[in-house]
Each structure stands twice: as structure tokens, then as C-alpha cells.
Design a protein around this ligand. Structure first.
Ligand SMILES: *[C@@H]1O[C@H](CO)[C@@H](O)[C@H](O)[C@H]1NC(C)=O
Ligand SMILES: *[C@@H]1O[C@H](CO)[C@@H](O)[C@H](O)[C@H]1NC(C)=O
Length: 379
């Protein structure tokens, strides 16, 4: 390479790194379509099976692989295409591939089916469990374990047959169902030594925070004890300071939170291939922030997204969206019926209250005015 060109190339690289690391930059996200079936308007998410469709990667040629004579798998070609997108991107732009995985079925999912959604929302979900099962910070059921095993086997198959680029870093929600799902999915895979499965536990990846006890996380000490190989991000509070049992996070507030964790990851992690284990509501919110079409995931399912992030000057930052949490009422005994509507539409036989049915330690019932962070990865 010509000396001068090399200087320019290094300068461009430095510029792109510093743009990415400058926390004052406003990050604008978009989903790059044309690569995955999940981005096509005619793909039906309720029947789509990621394991039957190579994670949804569309069979096609890319500018980066046109005319290449080497026999490459579709995922190898896609990797080359992503590399070229990044190499040719302007200094303020970066492309990453996110694998967003939903946890396997939890005891709260099973209980919602058992009691029916109205009775679940209006009463049962506000308890820690019934006589036989616990659903506060629910663990995964036998079916949930099976679903995570399916994800594990499919990743191994993709590694063997497709030579897929494996995640270079891993993140998970702090709720037990995700900690467990990530462990079953990625432990024991044939991973390169360079990219081991050492997930970072991220507060902001948790499920939309409602008054349901399944959204109440356990302590940092509990997570450390049960998942000693996981890294917990810096500044993670010992106790759950967000769930209060009285107010819930509205969708706009959740989207503010989703953008915040995306910003943290895009500012501090230079990996291109990233795995995230989270929840249906939180993944739906993340997809909204990424400008992805609505695509709901079954328990245990995974969706890849090719994300383009542009780091804009702070002056381009829109005014902040105020965060509002709203009170949510429920019944003190199982309701006869309820309707899906504002305020949960609970029609109680007994009293309707906003006071929690379980013991609550966080008494900030107004909800946060901003989300905690910035967090840093512990590695
Ligand atoms: C998607 O599939 C489900 C289940 O077969 C069906 O009920 C639904 O109508 C389909 N949606 C569309 C938009 O075709
Ligand atoms: C508790 O809930 C589960 C549903 O998850 C149900 O299978 C079980 O029968 C319930 N136990 C009682 C005592 O009702």
C-alpha cells in the first residue's frame, strides 16, 4: 500500500472509532432489508420457523460475492457482504448483525395459558405463584428447556454446515428465564477460543416492566451465585430498583430504554456479530427502535437483524422523550371476567386496588424519570 494511502486509511479508521466511542453522538438506527425473510412483508411470523429457514437468511448473491468462484455457504457469503458494507461505510456509519433470541417458555407463560389472559393480568400475575409453582422471576419449564436445546442444536448445525460467523459477544437480560436460556443455548457449542460464551448481564434488556411479579428480577448476588461464569455489567444494582408493583412502563418509555441499551452496545462494543437473549416485549420494542417491521417471536425463537447505525453530531439529537409510568389496577381475588382494554379492564368480584399483593422493597411508585446507566461491560 502507498504510504500516503495507508496514512489516510489509518486516519479514517481512527475517525470511525472515535465517532463510535464519542458518547455525545446521537445514534440513528435502521434495519437493512433484503437479507432476511423476517424483513419481508409477506413472511408470517406466527408460522415462521427459524430452524427450517437457515435463520431466515435469503438465498441470493451479494455485490461482495458476485463472480467469486470459491464455493461458499450462504452465511459465509453474507459475512463477506457485511465486511464489505463496513469497509465501504463512511466514518460515521457501522453495520452490526444482532441475533435477538427470546427465552424458552417460562412458568409465567404456562400460568397465563392455564388461567387465561384476563384472570392472569387482573389477579394471578400479581402474586408470586400459586400452591404448586412460582412465577415471580419465572424459570423456564421443561418445554422451555427443550426450546433452548433446539436453539443450541440449531446453532451447532449452522456452525457445522454453514460455517456461520458465531457471535463475538453475548448479552442477556437479568431475568432468570433468559439467564437459563442463554446458558442452554450457547454452552457446549463448538466455539472458537477467541469468542467464548461469556455473556454480559444487562439491566436494560429485561422485559417491559409491569406490575406482574415475573418482571421483578432477583438480586445481583443471586445471579452471581447461580451463573458464576457470567459477567455482570458495571453499576448493576444489588436489588431491583425499577420494579415497584404499582406502576408500569408504557411502550414509549420502553422504547427509550431499548434505545439506551442499543446506544451502550453500539458505543462500547466493537464486535460486529452480537447475540442478545431477551423477551418478547423487549425484542418487539428493540425492533421498533431499529425500524424493523413488527415480527413476533415464539418462545425460544431467534431473529437476526442487520443493523445500520449512523453516529450523528449531538446537535441532531431530537428532544428527549419524557418517560412516564402509569398506575395499573388489579383485583384482590380472582376476577369473573375482564376485557382487554386500558387499565387492564379488570372486572373484579371483590375490590379493585393498585396496592401490591406481594411484599415490595422498591417504594418509588412513580417509576424512574430516567433509566440507570451508562453501564459498561465488565470485560
Ligand atoms: C399467519 O398464519 C396464521 C396461522 O396459520 C393465520 O391465522 C394468519 O391469518 C396468518 N396471517 C396472515 C397475514 O396471513
Ligand atoms: C398452578 O399453576 C399451574 C400453571 O402454571 C397449574 O398447572 C397448577 O395446577 C396450579 N396449581 C394449583 C394448585 O392450582
Amino acid at each position: 500500500m502507498h504510504a500516503l494511502t495507508r496514512v489516510a486509511a489509518v486516519a479514517a479508521l481512527v475517525a470511525s472509532c472515535s465517532a463510535a466511542l464519542d458518547p455525545s453522538k446521537y445514534v440513528q438506527y435502521s434495519t437493512v432489508t433484503g437479507y432476511f425473510l423476517q424483513d419481508e412483508p409477506d413472511t408470517n411470523s406466527s408460522t415462521f420457523d427459524y430452524t427450517e429457514n437457515n435463520f431466515g437468511l435469503i438465498k441470493r448473491n451479494y455485490p461482495a460475492t458476485n463472480g467469486l468462484s470459491a464455493k461458499l455457504t450462504q452465511w459465509q457469503k453474507f459475512k463477506k457482504q457485511v465486511d464489505v458494507l463496513n469497509a465501504k461505510a463512511s466514518a460515521d456509519t457501522v453495520y452490526k448483525v444482532l441475533f435477538l433470541g427470546r427465552h424458552g417458555e417460562g412458568y409465567h407463560n404456562a400460568a397465563e395459558s392455564f388461567y387465561g389472559t384476563p384472570a392472569w393480568n387482573c389477579y394471578w400475575a400479581e402474586l408470586n405463584g400459586n400452591e404448586t409453582v412460582r412465577w415471580a422471576d419465572a424459570k423456564i419449564t421443561a418445554l422451555g428447556i427443550e426450546q433452548a436445546q433446539v436453539a443450541h442444536d440449531f446453532w451447532q448445525q449452522e456452525i457445522d454446515e454453514q460455517k456461520i460467523q458465531v457471535p463475538q459477544s453475548y448479552y442477556t437480560s437479568p431475568l432468570s428465564r433468559c439467564l437459563q436460556t442463554a446458558e442452554i443455548t450457547f454452552s457446549g457449542l463448538d466455539l472458537p477460543a477467541k469468542y467464548p460464551f461469556v455473556p454480559t448481564v444487562k439491566e436494560l434488556l429485561r422485559e417491559g416492566i409491569s406490575i406482574h411479579t415475573c418482571d421483578h428480577r432477583r438480586s445481583k448476588s443471586y445471579i452471581e451465585e447461580k451463573f458464576p461464569s457470567y459477567v455482570i455489567e458495571a453499576d448493576f444494582s444489588e436489588d431491583d430498583e425499577l420494579w415497584n408493583g404499582v406502576t408500569k412502563e408504557v411502550p414509549d418509555a420502553q422504547d427509550v430504554r431499548s434505545k439506551k441499551w442499543l446506544d451502550q452496545v453500539f458505543h462500547e462494543d466493537d464486535s460486529t456479530w452480537i447475540s442478545v437473549t431477551s423477551h418478547s416485549g423487549e425484542i418487539a420494542s428493540t425492533l421498533r427502535v431499529l425500524g424493523h417491521q413488527v415480527f413476533s417471536l415464539a418462545t425460544g425463537a431467534v431473529i437476526p437483524v442487520l443493523v445500520k447505525a449512523k453516529f450523528l453530531p449531538a446537535s441532531e439529537k431530537p428532544p428527549p422523550t419524557p418517560i412516564s409510568w402509569t398506575a395499573s389496577s388489579h383485583c384482590t381475588s380472582p376476577p369473573k371476567t375482564s376485557i382487554e382494554s386500558k387499565d387492564q379492564g379488570c372486572r373484579c368480584t371483590g375490590s379493585k386496588v393498585t396496592t401490591p399483593l406481594v411484599k415490595v422493597t422498591n417504594t418509588n411508585t412513580a417509576g424512574p424519570t430516567s433509566y440507570p446507566g451508562p453501564y459498561r461491560r465488565g470485560i
